[in-house]
Design a protein around this ligand. Structure first.
Ligand code: SF4
Length: 393
């Protein structure tokens, strides 16, 4: 493959009508023959398109399929979503991450019911005012559901368009964004806007992949400047990833007469709105300092005074650029603090009732361990609870 060399990218205005016609025809023909059968493609209901588009942000198609089907079965309409308690919505979202998306969808559903009689709006300005819906999502919903000629630009099409134009600048900076949105507008003008936008994303995610794009199978290969120049590995320009940062955290399971303490997380941050065991960043690793720190943090966060006990397990996981080591401890309730009050809602619940509460993935793992016990070195289970409180599934 030739080395990178300076290439002047063609602005979209230089893409002439014949190029555009050929591109659209080849792409749509290819899509009609190769589109994956995905559950959200079986309907043009704007609600279902919306749910799928929100779920697909930051999440892979294979992961989304099951979540989408469960979500639509539980909330088949905008009205059903609006009427559901937000906790039920978060419970069904559990494991997908970026929980803000679910809470914003719930708020948007309430607005659609209140202000639009439950019918998904068809006007781009109105759609973009709904919580959690940006330019890309609005364009995707309106083009796919209503065949409006609205452009889209997301990760797959950023890569595809950059390569078609051999654009060597940063596609996420203002100049790159202007150029690529302009190409998206140019391409979608005309009929079959919904199919065209879906075909663009399909080509980007299945053939024009970040590494080793399958140019020999690409329906628009002869129209692609990057292929002509042999720069597939250099385009699009990738930003350096920030270095991962190691963080030590603790989660504490506080027991009181067979019940455990849960705290609802605030409205900001990674797991906003979910329930959790008291969790915090940890400075100490062992000894008296660790015990003091666990006790003080639990009291400050919840207003509960508890005596820290054994370490139950350690869970390693990643969130964005953080590599987190989560030290999970148990603690026994002593009293309720007279100095601190919890700033968020608290509940003492039976461990078997954890299934009702939306938790983060690590919270669910820890909850599972509380219910089903630890595996000892001899591989025998070591129960944390009396048998009477363990509900086997
Ligand atoms: S020819 Fe290759 S690089 Fe160009 S659009 Fe097709 S798959 Fe992508």
């Amino acid at each position: 493959m030739p080395k990178t060399r300076a290439v002047l990218c063609k602005p979209p205005s230089a893409i002439d009508a014949a190029w555009k016609r050929t591109f659209r025809r080849r792409l749509l023909t290819w899509y009609s023959q190769h589109a994956r059968d995905l559950p959200w493609r079986r309907s043009r209901d704007p609600y279902q398109v919306w749910v799928s588009e929100i779920m697909l942000q930051q999440t892979q198609v294979v992961t989304v399929v099951d979540y989408f089907q469960r979500f639509i079965a539980a909330f088949p309409t905008v009205a059903a979503l609006a009427q559901a308690p937000v906790e039920q919505v978060l419970r069904l979202w559990e494991g997908l991450g970026y929980y803000r998306r679910a809470r914003q969808m719930h708020r948007a559903a309430e607005e659609i019911v209140r202000d639009h009689g439950g019918a998904f709006p068809e006007d781009i300005a109105t759609v973009r005012r709904l919580p959690g819906i940006g330019r890309y999502t609005a364009g995707a919903i309106l083009s796919i559901a209503f065949d409006q000629s609205q452009p889209i630009l997301e990760a797959n099409t950023v890569r595809l368009f950059s390569r078609l134009l051999a654009y060597q600048g940063d596609p996420l900076k203002a100049e790159g964004q202007r150029l690529l949105w302009s190409l998206a507008e140019d391409l979608v003008a005309g009929r079959d806007a919904g199919a065209l936008n879906q075909a663009l994303m399909e080509l980007g995610s299945t053939l024009c992949t970040p590494r080793n794009p399958q140019c020999d199978r690409c329906p628009v290969a002869s129209l692609c400047r990057t292929r002509e120049l042999g720069l597939q590995e250099q385009i699009p320009l990738l930003r350096a990833r920030p270095k991962p940062e190691d963080v030590q955290e603790a989660a504490v399971v506080v027991f009181r007469r067979g019940k455990i303490l849960l705290q609802r997380r605030g409205n900001e941050g990674r797991w906003a709105g979910l329930w959790d065991f008291p969790r915090f960043v940890l400075a100490s690793h062992d000894g008296a300092a660790l015990v003091r720190e666990l006790r003080d943090h639990v009291e400050r966060l919840t207003g509960v005074v508890a005596t820290p006990g054994e370490r139950l397990t350690t869970i390693r996981h990643g969130v964005t650029r953080f590599r987190i080591t989560l030290h999970c401890h148990r603690a026994e309730y002593v009293s309720t603090s007279t100095q601190h009050r919890s700033l968020t809602e608290l509940r003492w619940i039976k461990p078997v009732d954890l299934a009702e509460y939306p938790l983060s993935v690590t919270g669910r793992k820890l909850g599972h361990l509380v219910i089903h016990g630890l595996k000892s070195p001899g591989n025998r289970k070591q129960a944390l609870l009396p048998n009477s409180q363990v509900r086997r599934r």
